[in-house]
Write a protein that binds this ligand. Structure first.
Ligand code: C6P
Length: 420
C-alpha cells in the first residue's frame, strides 16, 4: 500500500511538471518493442528521438516546397528560402542570439572545427589554448591540433575527485598568454554542469575568447548567450528532437565579422573578380554551398515543440528523473556512479557494475529493452582520468518516466545476477 502511494506521488510529481503520457504519444518510436520488451530509450545524450511534428515538417518540405534557397526566384525557391530563414530566426531566438550571429553547420563537431580553422590566424607561437579534461573529442582535438600547427601551448584544466572543474587548476591554466578557453557546458560523461558565466569572466579578464560546447545543454536547459557572455557556442539539432545533419555555431557579431570564412563557394560571396573576392553578409558568409535545408526546417519544428513544452519544465523533469535514478542506482551494491552529486548534475548517469565490462552491461540491458550507451563516449582523456576504458551511460529526456528508471534498475540487478 505504502509503495502504491509512493508510486502515485511520483507520478503526480512528474505530471505536475510535464504531461509525459501525452508527450510520449508524439514519439512514434517509443511504441516499439525491443527483444519483445517495451523500448526504454535512455540514450538521449547520443541522440534524441523525433516527434511526429518534426518528421511531418521534413516530409511536408519535400512534398510541397523543395527547391534550393537564396538562388531561384520561382515560387518554390521563394517558399523554401522563407522556410529556411524562418528556421534560422527560430534557432537564433532560441539562444537569444542576433539573426546575423548564428551560422547553420552540420553539427557541434563541424561548428567547433569551423572555429578552430577560422580563428587559426589569430593564434601565434607561445599563445595558449585552454580546454578541460572533461571535453568530448570534438572540443579537444581541433584545439590540440591548432596548437600543434601554430606552435601554441595546449593546456588542460583538471577535473577534481567530485567530477567538477578544479578551481586551482582553472586559476593556474588561464593566464595573460591565453587566447582561447574552450569548455563544455554539460559533460556528456559526468553530467557536470559547468558555470560558464564564471569561466567567461575569467577568460575575458585575460583578454581570451570563451568558446562553449553546448551540445548537451541547449537540448535540456534555457541557454541565453547574452547572459552567459561567451564569445562562441556550438550545438547539434539531433540531440534536441531535430534531425541529424544540422547544427549551429553562435558567434558575437564583431568576432564573426573579423574572421575568415571556413569554406569558399556558392552563396557566401558578394563579389568575385579574377584577383579577389568579397564575402557575403553574416550569417551567409559562413554558409557556403547548398546547406541542409530540410534538416534546418526540421530543427525549426523541434524548437517549436521544445518551446511549447517549455525549457524550464524540461529541465525540471530531467532533474526529477535523474535524481530519482541516482537515488535508486546508488542503492545497488557494487555499482559505481561517476561524476558529481545530483546538485551539480544534468540529465545523465554513467556507471559501472563491479567486475562487468560496460559493453556486457549494455548488452544485458538491451535484452530487457533498455537502450543505454557504453564506451568512452568520445572523451578518452576523461576515461584516462577516471581510470576506466568504458562506462555505461543512461541519459534522460522529456519523454522518460520513473517507471522506465525502475526498469533500468531491475535490468542492472539482472546484470549482477548474470555475472556474479
Ligand atoms: N556526444 C554522446 O553520445 P555531434 O556528434 O557533432 O552532434 O556532437 C558532438 C559532441 C560534442 N560535445 C559533446 C559534449 C557531446 O556530447 C557531443 C556528442 C554524443 O555523448 C555522441 S559521441
Amino acid at each position: 500500500m505504502i509503495s502504491l502511494i509512493k508510486e502515485c506521488n511520483n507520478m503526480l510529481q512528474t505530471t505536475m511538471v510535464l504531461n509525459v503520457n501525452k508527450i510520449r504519444t508524439d514519439f512514434p518510436i517509443l511504441q516499439k518493442k525491443i527483444n519483445g520488451k517495451n523500448l526504454v530509450y535512455l540514450d538521449n545524450a547520443a541522440t534524441a528521438q523525433k516527434p511526429s511534428q518534426v518528421i511531418k515538417a521534413i516530409t511536408d518540405f519535400y512534398e510541397n516546397y523543395n527547391a534550393n534557397i537564396h538562388r531561384s526566384i520561382h515560387q518554390l525557391g521563394e517558399d523554401s528560402t522563407r522556410l529556411y530563414e524562418e528556421a534560422h530566426k527560430k534557432t537564433s531566438d532560441f539562444i537569444n542570439a542576433g539573426f546575423e550571429e548564428l551560422i547553420f553547420t552540420k553539427s557541434t563537431t563541424e561548428s567547433l572545427n569551423l572555429l578552430a580553422y577560422s580563428l587559426a590566424n589569430k593564434i601565434n607561437k607561445g599563445d595558449e589554448i585552454v580546454v578541460t579534461e572533461m571535453e568530448h573529442h570534438s572540443n579537444f582535438v581541433p584545439w590540440q591540433q591548432l596548437a600543434k600547427r601554430n606552435k601554441a601551448t595546449f593546456k588542460v584544466i583538471k577535473v577534481d575527485k567530485d567530477g567538477l572543474l578544479d578551481e586551482e587548476s582553472i586559476k593556474q591554466n588561464i593566464t595573460s598568454k591565453t587566447k582561447i578557453v574552450s569548455l563544455t557546458h554539460i559533460s556528456n560523461v559526468l553530467g557536470t554542469i559547468n558555470d560558464i558565466s564564471k569561466i567567461t569572466k575569467i577568460a575575458h579578464e585575460s583578454d581570451a575568447l570563451c568558446v562553449v560546447d553546448a551540445a548537451q545543454s541547449v537540448p535540456h536547459m534555457e541557454v541565453d548567450v547574452k547572459r552567459l557572455g561567451c564569445d562562441f557556442l556550438a550545438f547539434s539539432g539531433h540531440k534536441m528532437l531535430g534531425p541529424t545533419g544540422i547544427g549551429a555555431l553562435y558567434g558575437k557579431k564583431e568576432h564573426l565579422e573579423s574572421m575568415d570564412p571556413f569554406l569558399y563557394g556558392g552563396e557566401m560571396i558578394k563579389d568575385v573578380t579574377i584577383n579577389d573576392s568579397q564575402w557575403n553578409d553574416l550569417p551567409w558568409k559562413f554558409e557556403a554551398g547548398t546547406g541542409n535545408i530540410a534538416q534546418a526546417i526540421g530543427l525549426g519544428a523541434a524548437i517549436d515543440y521544445l518551446k511549447k513544452v517549455g525549457m524550464e519544465n524540461i529541465m525540471q523533469h530531467s532533474t526529477d528523473i535523474t535524481n530519482y535514478a541516482y537515488e535508486k542506482i546508488s542503492l545497488i551494491n557494487d555499482v559505481k556512479i561517476y561524476g558529481p552529486k545530483p546538485k551539480n548534475r544534468a540529465n545523465l548517469i554513467s556507471f559501472n557494475v563491479k567486475g562487468v565490462h560496460a559493453h556486457d552491461t549494455s548488452a544485458i540491458l538491451d535484452g530487457e529493452g533498455v537502450a543505454v550507451r557504453a564506451g568512452h563516449h568520445c572523451a578518452m582523456p576523461l576515461s584516462k582520468v577516471l581510470g576506466v576504458d568504458a562506462t555505461a551511460r543512461a541519459s534522460f529526456y522529456l519523454y522518460n518516466t520513473k517507471e522506465e528508471v525502475d526498469t533500468l534498475v531491475s535490468a542492472i540487478e539482472k546484470v549482477k545476477r548474470v555475472f556474479t
